[in-house]
Ligand binder design. Structure first.
Ligand SMILES: C=C(O[C@H]1C=CC=C(C(=O)O)[C@@H]1O)C(=O)O
Length: 316
């Protein structure tokens, strides 16, 4: 970007790089291509960068608050008000030293299979992430998306057994995506569940693809998908309301989406903003969440968020 003016997109018709918040009523920030410089560079990721820096002891933990939040959601689920809700928290880490480029390089080095980014706008802030989740790839009328949910810690193999809780949690996401896409697409294909690795974690994923109907457009696709129950819940509106009223902080761009919008041949590549952090005044805020269903245990959900912070902590 050549200046610090904030631009937004509401129709997703512009060309550029989009950075959208979780809350779909709030505006998505756009770096318009015509006001930006597009620099293509092959970064060497073989550079020897040491990992594991200056965190751990100074973590301000909010375990009690998170346990309470999950219990409250379980009450709503038991009353049949919600089927699933993704609950998250923000963990703040004081940094002794911090180098933007080095942090970005460490992320690139550590997560070859993730969409790794650093994003900065002087009026919004500095964000980093290494996300395993594609929201949407669209080339012409053909699109690809995925249903990603269910987590276990990677030990030494990707050949693992999944419990019912995770299988159902991910199936809810697949079914939601399918029902949202059916009215606006054709040739919808949903692949079998597979296990994928994202750093120290494993997830369940089903790839989904199809073709956009003639009368439909990118905005309908984005609005249909975001937020999926991988980051929000079911029913969508009730889960979103629960999140906004009960989480102990404001998500802003965590679990929103970001990426190239209508670039080269009008193709878009959008990712869900997970395993991310914002950094301000040498404090890193790491954002982590997990899906709560009737079979969840508050303690395990807490532990899952701890495991998820490791993606980012590894590079601090
Ligand atoms: C909401 C997050 O992850 C989502 C993606 C994969 C697995 C998830 C889970 O097992 O709960 C979440 O749905 C997060 O990492 O903050």
């Amino acid at each position: 970007m050549r200046d610090d003016t904030l631009h937004y997109t509401t129709q997703f018709k512009e060309t550029g790089f989009v950075f959208a918040p979780f809350n779909s009523d709030e505006k998505a920030v756009l770096f318009p291509l015509e006001k930006s410089e597009f620099i293509h560079e092959n970064i060497s990721i073989e550079e020897n960068v040491s990992l594991n820096g200056n965190t751990s002891d100074e973590v301000i933990s909010d375990k009690e608050k998170h346990l309470h939040l999950v219990e409250k959601a379980l009450d709503e689920i038991n009353k049949n008000e919600l089927v699933k809700v993704v609950l998250s928290r923000k963990e703040e880490v004081q940094l002794d030293k911090f180098d933007v480029l080095l942090t970005f390089k460490k992320l690139l080095n550590s997560y070859a299979n993730a969409f790794v980014y650093v994003w900065f706008h002087p009026k919004v802030g500095l964000w980093f992430g290494a996300t395993p989740e594609t929201l949407l790839n669209i080339e012409g009328n053909s699109f690809k998306t995925m249903s990603l949910a269910g987590t276990q810690v990677y030990v030494d193999s990707e050949e693992v057994v999944w419990k019912n809780k995770e299988l159902e949690e991910q199936q809810l996401v697949t079914d939601f995506i399918e029902s949202q896409l059916k009215p606006i697409s054709t040739n919808l294909k949903v692949d079998k569940k597979e296990t994928i690795r994202a750093g120290n974690l494993l997830h369940l994923r089903s790839k989904i693809e199809g073709e956009l109907n003639n009368g439909s457009n990118l905005k309908a696709l984005i609005r249909g998908l975001h937020p999926t129950p991988a980051v929000c819940g079911l029913p969508r509106e009730k889960a979103e309301e629960f999140i906004c009223q009960n989480e102990n902080y404001k998500r802003t761009f965590y679990s929103g989406f970001l990426g190239e919008l209508n670039l080269k041949n009008k193709n878009s590549y959008l990712f869900v903003n997970l395993r991310c952090m914002s950094v301000e005044n040498k404090v890193a805020s790491i954002y982590v969440g997990g899906g709560i269903t009737k079979e969840s245990s508050a303690k395990k959900e807490w532990e899952e968020t701890i495991a998820k912070t490791k993606t980012i902590k590894k590079v601090l």
